[in-house]
Design a protein around this ligand. Sequence first.
Ligand code: SF4
Length: 349
Amino acid sequence: MIDLNDNIYNQTIARSEPKFKVWTWAGVMVTYRCTAACRFCYYGCGPGVKSPVLSVETAISVYTSLKRLAGDAAKIHLSGGEVGVEWEGLSSILKAIQAEGLGGVEEVETNAFWATDAKIVTERVRFLDETGVKTLKISADPFHQEFVDIENVRRLARMAEDILGADRVKVRWKEYMDDPVLTAGMCQHDRDQAHLESISKFKARFTGRAAFELGPLAPQKTVEEIAKHNCASQFLGAKGVHIDPMGNVFNGLCSGIIIGNINQTPLDQLWKQIDWRSMGLIDILFRSGPAGMLEKADKAGFKASRYYSGSCHLCTSIRDFFYKTGNHKSIIGPAQCYAYASGDGDANS
Ligand code: SF4
C-alpha cells in the first residue's frame, strides 16, 4: 500500500491543505463501441465509433498497479461502450485476471442488448460467476431505452438474480426497469421532457455527448457564475480513474482530459508523479476551473455562449474547440471522447 506522501504534490503542500487522495477504483473500458448512442454518455460511444478492444495485458497492468496503490481496497469496474459487443475480449480479460490470482473484478456493466433468450443469458451470467465477477450492473433509464428493449433488461435482471443472488445484481435504475420510460417511440419533444425529468431526479455530468445533447436542456448558469468555481477538489478527491482501451487515463469522471497513459507509465507510478500544478491546461482547470481556459480559447477564436448548464458543459465546449483546432493535443483527446462532434472516432488518435 502506498502512503499519501509518496505523491510529489502531497510532499510539497502545507499540512493544512487538502491532499491528493489515493486512487482505489478504476473504471476500465473494454471498448468505445456501443449498440446505443445515449444522450447522457460521458464519452462519444456509439455503433459507428472505431475502437480497439482493451488488451489482456492492459487490463492486468491496471489491476496489478491498482493493487500496489490500494491493496485489498482496489476495485475494477469493466464497462464500455458496451461490453456485450466485445464478449470474447471481455472473456479473455476475465479469465486472465483469474489466472493471475488477482481475484474477480468488482463489477461488469452492460446495457443488456444481447439478453435476447434464456440460453445466452444463462451461459454468460454463469461465466461471469465462474470468473469471480462480484456484481453485474444493468442499465435501465430513459436514455438506454431509446436503443435497448426493456424486455432484455428484465430478462437479464431476473435470471441473473436467480444465478448470482439478488445482492450481486444492480439495476441502474430499478424504478425505470419496473416502470420504464420507453423513449424509443416518442417524438423529440416528449423525449426531451423525459430526459429532462430524469436528469433532474438523477444527477448527470455534462461531459462528452451529454454536454451537447443534454447541457442545453438543463437549467442554465452564466459564465460569470461558473467562473466562481475551480476544479481542485475534483482532481484531488476523485479517488479513482477511468481508463480507455488505448490506456489513456482520465481522472475521476473528467473524460477527454488525458492525465497519462498506462502503456507508458504504470498506474501506481503515474499517481506518484502527478503534480497538477505542472500539467499545463490541467493546472488552469485546477486553479481556475474551465472559465480559466477562456483566455487561451478566445485568442484561438472560440466564441463562448452566455449560458451553460455548469462547469463541465463549459469545459467540454472549450475542449471540443481545442480538439477540433488541434490545440493541447497531449491532454485533449482521444477522438472517441469527442466523437459526438465528428460522428466517428479514430482508433489511432
Ligand atoms: S469542469 Fe472539466 S475539469 Fe472540472 S470537473 Fe468538469 S470535466 Fe472535470
